[in-house]
Write a new protein. Structure first.
Lengths: 115, 233
């Protein structure tokens, strides 16, 4: 087993542990945990036998395994960015609601001298 | 400036004025509004100047955002407040002095008559607005875009002077906090099946309003916000 494989498996093991704990405390929804675990399994298989990336790349018409990993990483990053953006937007919407509620609750009525 | 008094009771009308750093013109805008309408609600979007103090001393109700959210968010804050205050009619009115108080009653007429739920001000129905040529082209493009997305046959998509009945305002919920809210409003009017009409109004372009208002270059940002806003609820 190469040094990279030892490091890779250790990282994936830690990731799986983190996901498992997230499910237990209710921090990670089950569907998200399932996606994370699936990605971990795929990564583990490819780390165990890197030649599989070449087979997968040829099957997809890409050619080199390294290119397949590279393209997948780019697409994954884009998808991850989108998910983060959605989450930020939702937090912004909640923040807007809080600021709005504060503004309404602390409304300054018309000053008396102008009445 | 002589103002024609409202023909019906103005007590049931709430005028929402979203404000961000308008201290130099706000006093005059509010004075003219309060002469005709007792319920003026200024939404101060965390101005850095004296806008909030000027609004408070003018006799208007003041709602203050503790940080800057944008005009769309300010309008929704004002609308929420007016709905909770049992307003029968809600008018949105820009704080930069572009709008005329006497146009409000023209907007309210079809609502009071029960022929429309929403009255949208249009600067293109009559050629009384001194619109700069570049701005006119951009606004025309915005109209074509809004017609395509909302499927409403409007002549002016980004006019801040509008009036809603209580029922119509309760069906509206602006989530696009910044300037893309104008297109979202049209979408919601269409999807809620609200009856709308356009009323000719005059928009006064002054050096101040051109300097302070939307820049032509912001069109791309508004388009981006609108598209993303539609994608992400």
């Amino acid at each position: 087993m190469s040094l990279f494989q030892i490091g890779g498996f250790a990282f994936l093991g830690a990731l799986c542990f983190w996901v498992g704990r997230g499910i237990r405390v209710g921090r990670i929804p089950r569907y998200a945990a399932a996606v994370w675990l699936l990605l971990c399994v795929i990564a583990a298989v490819l780390i165990a036998d890197p030649r599989l990336t070449v087979l997968a790349a040829r099957a997809l018409g890409i050619g080199r395994g390294a290119d397949l990993v590279f393209y997948s990483a780019i697409l994954g990053s884009l998808f991850g960015s989108f998910l983060f953006y959605v989450r930020i937007r939702r937090i912004e919407n909640k923040l807007t609601g809080i600021v709005r509620e504060l503004a309404i609750r602390e409304a300054l009525p018309p000053s008396r001298e102008q009445q | 400036m002589h103002l024609s008094p409202p023909t019906a009771s103005a007590d049931d009308v709430f005028v929402i004025v979203p404000v961000f750093n308008e201290a130099s013109v706000l006093g005059e805008v509010l004075r003219a509004l309060l002469e005709a309408y007792p319920n003026v609600v200024v939404v101060d979007d965390c101005s850095h100047d004296d806008s909030g103090a000027i609004a408070a001393s003018s006799g208007a109700t003041v709602l203050r955002h503790i940080y800057n959210l944008g005009q769309g968010a300010s309008l929704q804050t004002g609308i929420d407040y007016a709905l909770r205050s049992d307003a029968q009619y809600i008018v949105t009115f820009d704080g930069d002095g572009q709008h005329r108080v006497e146009d409000i009653e023209r907007l309210l007429q079809p609502l009071r008559a029960g022929t429309a739920d929403v009255a949208l001000g249009s600067r293109f129905l009559e050629s009384t607005s001194n619109i700069p040529a570049q701005r006119r082209i951009l606004l025309r493009a915005a109209v074509l875009f809004s017609r395509a997305t909302s499927r409403l046959d409007v002549s002016d998509a980004h006019n801040g002077l509008r009036a809603f009945t209580h029922h119509a305002a309760s069906r509206i919920h602006i989530t696009m906090d910044r300037m893309a809210h104008a297109s979202q409003l049209l979408d919601q009017i269409g999807s809620a099946g609200l009856r709308f009409t356009e009323v000719a109004v005059t928009v006064r372009y002054t050096d101040y309003s051109l300097m302070k208002g939307q820049k032509n270059s912001q069109a791309a940002v508004i388009l981006r916000d609108y598209l993303i806003g539609r994608l992400v609820k």
